[in-house]
Ligand binder design. Structure first.
Ligand code: ADP
Length: 170
């Protein structure tokens, strides 16, 4: 068995439009569980994103690099198409998702069930959102910022800057 086969690769997929402190907390905690964590930034043709793929990837990369709590076993990659196909391609053993309130449960439950049918060798594991980050969502952060509200406590400083800049241009 080679070294790579022995390593547990975890995939944390999402839109990250943009990354929030809630996402960052999950990245930090997941990176301690697996040997190698890939943050998979999804490009879904049917979705209209606020930030481009490059911007979303760059904001995650910068937020990770500037955060001492996140270990250096994390990579950020773009993917499109079926999540399970991508997970197989990168040899992920586990898919990691964050779980906030009950509202996340229904969707995550269905998705996990479907994914398990596609490949039952890849487990999905859930990390409960930290108490501090329970209510943070990318959507509300964008809405609050657009209405000139304070978002400092919700997102890394790179994201705050990028959001303000982008909203000024729009
Ligand atoms: P998606 O479009 O796949 O739901 P998101 O970027 O909204 O992408 O979320 C990616 C993952 O991160 C999901 O599992 C989501 O539940 C989780 N997540 C989002 N916000 C938080 C948060 N504040 N705390 C913990 N997990 C979160």
């Amino acid at each position: 068995m080679n070294n790579r086969a022995l390593k547990t690769i975890g995939l944390y997929p999402g839109s990250f439009d943009p990354i929030t402190n809630g996402h960052l907390d999950i990245i930090q905690r997941a990176s301690r569980i697996v040997d190698h964590l890939i943050v998979g930034v999804a490009e879904n043709k049917k979705k209209a994103y606020f930030f481009s793929m490059n911007e979303r990837k760059e904001l995650i990369q910068d937020s990770i690099s500037n955060n001492k709590e996140v270990s250096n076993n994390v990579n950020v990659e773009a993917f499109d198409g079926l999540l399970m196909s991508y997970a197989e391609k990168i040899k992920a053993k586990v898919i990691i998702r964050g779980l906030r309130a009950i509202s996340d449960f229904d969707y995550e439950f269905q998705m996990t069930g479907m994914n398990a049918r596609l490949n039952s060798n890849i487990e999905t594991i859930f990390l409960m959102a930290s108490e501090k980050h329970q209510f943070i969502s990318s959507r509300f952060v964008k809405e609050i910022c657009a209405l000139n509200g304070e978002i400092k406590t919700f997102v890394p400083k790179e994201v705050e800057k990028a959001l303000k800049k982008k909203l000024q241009k729009k």
